[in-house]
Structure formats: structure tokens, C-alpha cells
Ligand binder design. Structure first.
Ligand SMILES: Cc1cc2nc3c(=O)[nH]c(=O)nc-3n(C[C@H](O)[C@H](O)[C@H](O)COP(=O)(O)OP(=O)(O)OC[C@H]3O[C@@H](n4cnc5c(N)ncnc54)[C@H](O)[C@@H]3O)c2cc1C
Length: 401
């Protein structure tokens, strides 16, 4: 099925138009299928095809490797655009971009990864992630599985609790211990292309409250390949210097977009009520102001975190600092909580029409999707990590003027 029939030459259109304009077309396609994707808990194939067609999967790959070299702010903006149409699609795009960020930051010194980045941009490959594992839950900085390397070949078996869109991805970036005798925190990350020597055995099915279209099934992942597929830098550095920040920023962008769409629906509801009774302020108007303030807080926090990351990104010591980790952890916890608050207020405003599916004011899907935010690496786990950091750091009270 050609879901983007109107565009005849995608490459030409991508060169001529901004990523924002191209994402607007993808978002329209995502919005048209969002209810079916959510109801059926299926992968948003139309959106993924449209992202490929509009050449939006390689936008953050460096220009010299065939991408467009977009930075964090521009990519986050694209995520926000898509999230207003479909939370699952946006989370898929966000997770893909987190993997691209790891490649673009830590793969440029390795010929294998440079060649792979050219493939991502040229063939518009969709990348997934396997960090979670049976036995360690959401503890990113721990692995049980280990790569075994011999004669420049690696082999890996990982019992992954969750690999979002694993069955639809063109490659999976997996974490593992460096060797069978390495410590749990001595990790590497390896790129495992779907067209390489790998198998995925589905172990659990993603039938969840929200984010149903991410199809985050559990898999036993088995792979062998060239040892050069392993990133040259240890995963501890990849996590500290790119993955932690890009994850929390792109996730927060997703939740912000979902909350913004719920807000827009609530605003439309209040405006419609005001039109019906022009001389009366609708009761929902007060709540709308409250939601607007929270949304503004989310936006401010997200923009500040993006700026903070951009400032720190050329300074490995700053990126690896306790202060930076605490700040970026705070973004995840605060935005996940605030998104849920905004959507809850939107439902209070829209009442039964918001609670029901299939009305212009429905926010049930938004509510279900944002509940995933607090458990997507548990807020309690993140707060507990930060609490340890706070024992040995000072809160930065300067306003950066
Ligand atoms: C929509 C979605 C998509 C995802 N996609 C992927 C993916 O593509 N790839 C991937 O690898 N993972 C993915 N994940 C999984 C995610 O990264 C985490 O691994 C997962 O959310 C952890 O779930 P858990 O409840 O088993 O966590 P655990 O970390 O095991 O936590 C379980 C419980 O223990 C508590 N807890 C744990 N540690 C602490 C602590 N230190 N202090 C206090 N309480 C604690 C928490 O409150 C929590 O309720 C996805 C998750 C979601 C929601």
C-alpha cells in the first residue's frame, strides 16, 4: 500500500523541503491510523513507511555520511510534531533517534559504524534497542548476558524483556557484558542488523494499557557477527555522554507532544462552550489555564535540558559529571509526571466526551500512553539514582546569565 501517494519523488522532496514540512505529512498519516494502531496494538506500519518515504530516519546522521546533521533541538521538535498525532509512532521515532545519537556521537571513529551510518541514511533503516534484560529490569548500566569474541567474530544471546518494534526494526543496538568473565557493569554496545546472522524468538507479547503500537515484545536475541560491530567505546561512556541525555530528551519530547495534543482538545472543548454561551466563561477555562501553566513548565524544562546538553556535549567531563546526570534525570521524572497531570486535567475539562473514545475531544488514549512514562525506567529507580548523586553534589542555583 502506498500510503503517501501524493509525493512522487521522495528524495527530491526531502532535499527541497524542511524536515518539519516533511514531518507534517507523516503526522497526518499517523493521525489517520492512530485509533486502529492503538486498538489493535499493532506496529504503525503506515507511519514507518512515511518516515522512510520522507527520509526522516537519517536526519541526525552527519552530513558527510549521507544524513542531514540535525541537532538535538531539531530532532526533538520532530518528535513533538509526531507525538501530537500518535504517541506510539513518536516513541518509536524517539527511540530510533536515541540509537542514531549513539552512532553519530560514538561511531564516527570506527569504519564499520561509519559504513553502517551511511546505510541508515541511504536505506532509511529503523533502529531499535535492547538494553533491558530478564533479571536486571530497567537497570541500564548492568547486563547479565555477555559477548564472546574470538577470531574477530562475536556471538551474543540476550534474553531481552522488551525490544520495542523489534520485529520491524532493521537493526537492534544491544548492550552486554564485554566478556563472560567481565563485571555486570563492564558493558559494550553492539549493532545487530536484521540482515546479518541473527534470530529473534518472541518470548512475550506487548498487550498493554498504553503505547500499544510500540509493539515492545520480549525476545530471545541471538546473534553472531564481525567484532567490529561492537562500538569502540565502553557502554559506560556511551550512556553518560549521549544515551542518557538523548533518551530523556526525546522521551520527554514525546510526552510533551502527547500532553500538548490533549491540551489542544481541551482547549477546543472550552472554545466550543464559549461559542455556545458567549457571555459566560466556560467552567473548564480555569482548568485550561492550569493545564497551560503545566505544559509551559514542561516546555521550559525540555528546552533548558536541550540547551544544557548542547553546552555540555563538547566537554566529556561535564557530560559525565554528577550534576549533569542529576539534571537530566530530573527532566525524565518531572516531564513524565507533568504530562500525566496535563492529560488528567484535559479529561476533567472535556468530561464524558473526553473519556469516550471516538469524539473530537477524546483523551483516553493520551492518558493511557502517558502512564507508560513513569514506568519507562521506573521513576523510583531514577530518583533513587539521583538521591545517591545528591549526597555528593551541590544544586546549581545560578541562572546561567
Ligand atoms: C513503552 C516502553 C517501551 C520500551 N522499550 C524498550 C526497548 O525498546 N528496549 C529496552 O531495552 N527496554 C524498553 N523498555 C523497558 C524500559 O527501558 C525498562 O527496562 C522498563 O521500563 C523497566 O521495567 P520494570 O518495571 O521491569 O523495571 P525494574 O527496573 O525492574 O523495576 C521494577 C520495580 O522495582 C522498583 N525499583 C526498581 N529499582 C528501584 C530502585 N533502585 N529504587 C526504587 N525502586 C526501584 C520500581 O518501582 C519498579 O516498580 C520500554 C518500556 C516502555 C514502557
Amino acid at each position: 500500500m502506498n500510503v503517501v501517494g501524493k509525493i512522487s519523488d521522495p528524495l527530491a522532496s526531502s532535499l527541497a523541503e524542511s524536515a518539519t514540512e516533511r514531518m507534517a505529512r507523516v503526522a497526518a498519516i499517523a493521525a489517520a491510523s492512530v485509533d486502529a494502531v492503538d486498538r489493535e496494538g499493532r506496529f504503525p506500519l503506515e507511519t514507518a513507511e512515511a518516515l522512510r518515504h520522507e527520509r526522516l530516519l537519517g536526519v541526525a546522521i552527519p552530513v558527510e555520511l549521507g544524513g542531514e546533521g540535525l541537532g538535538t533541538a531539531a530532532v526533538a521538535d520532530l518528535v513533538v510534531q509526531l507525538a501530537q498525532a500518535c504517541g506510539s509512532s513518536a516513541m518509536i521515532y524517539a527511540m530510533h533517534q536515541i540509537q542514531v545519537a549513539s552512532l553519530a556521537t560514538h561511531g564516527v571513529t570506527s569504519e564499520w559504524h561509519r559504513t553502517f551510518m551511511r546505510r541508515v541514511a541511504g536505506e532509511q533503516l529503523l533502529l531499535a534497542s535492547a538494553t533491558s534484560e530478564v533479571g536486571i529490569g530497567g537497570n541500564l548500566r548492568n547486563s547479565i548476558c555477555a559477548v564472546e569474541v574470538a577470531d574477530n567474530r562475536f556471538s551474543l544471546t540476550k534474553d531481552a524483556t522488551v525490544i520495542s518494534y523489534g520485529a520491524n526494526a532493521d537493526a537492534i543496538l544491544a548492550t552486554a557484558r564485554r566478556a563472560p568473565d567481565a563485571a555486570h557493569s563492564d558493558q559494550i554496545m553492539v549493532v545487530i542488523p536484521a540482515d546479518g546472522n541473527r534470530s529473534l524468538e518472541r518470548r512475550s507479547v506487548w498487550d498493554t494499557l498504553g503505547m500499544r503500537g510500540t509493539c515492545s515484545d520480549g525476545f530471545l536475541l541471538t546473534a553472531t557477527g564481525d567484532a567490529a560491530q561492537i562500538f569502540p567505546k565502553p557502554f559506560s561512556e556511551i550512556a553518560a555522554q549521549s544515551m542518557l541525555a538523548s533518551s530523556h530528551i526525546y522521551w520527554a519530547a514525546t510526552w510533551f507532544g502527547i500532553a500538548a495534543d490533549a491540551f489542544t482538545r481541551a482547549q477546543a472543548f472550552v472554545k466550543a462552550a464559549a461559542r455556545k454561551q458567549p457571555n459566560v466563561t466556560p467552567p473548564g477555562a480555569l482548568r485550561l489555564s492550569e493545564a497551560a501553566a503545566k505544559l509551559q513548565e514542561m516546555k521550559g524544562h525540555l528546552v533548558a535540558a536541550i540547551n544544557r546538553f548542547d553546552t555540555a556535549r563538547d566537554d566529556d567531563d561535564d557530560l559525565s559529571s554528577i550534576g549533569f546526570a542529576a539534571e537530566i534525570n530530573a527532566l525524565k521524572v518531572a516531564s513524565s509526571e507533568k504530562a500525566a497531570e496535563v492529560v488528567r486535567i484535559a479529561m476533567l475539562i472535556t468530561g464524558i466526551l473526553g473519556y469516550k473514545n471516538g469524539t473530537p475531544f477524546s483523551v483516553g488514549r493520551h492518558l493511557r500512553d502517558v502512564t507508560s512514562a513513569a514506568v519507562m525506567i521506573s521513576n523510583d529507580r531514577i530518583l533513587s539514582n539521583t538521591s545517591t548523586l545528591l549526597l555528593v553534589s551541590r544544586f546549581d542555583t545560578s541562572l546561567g546569565a
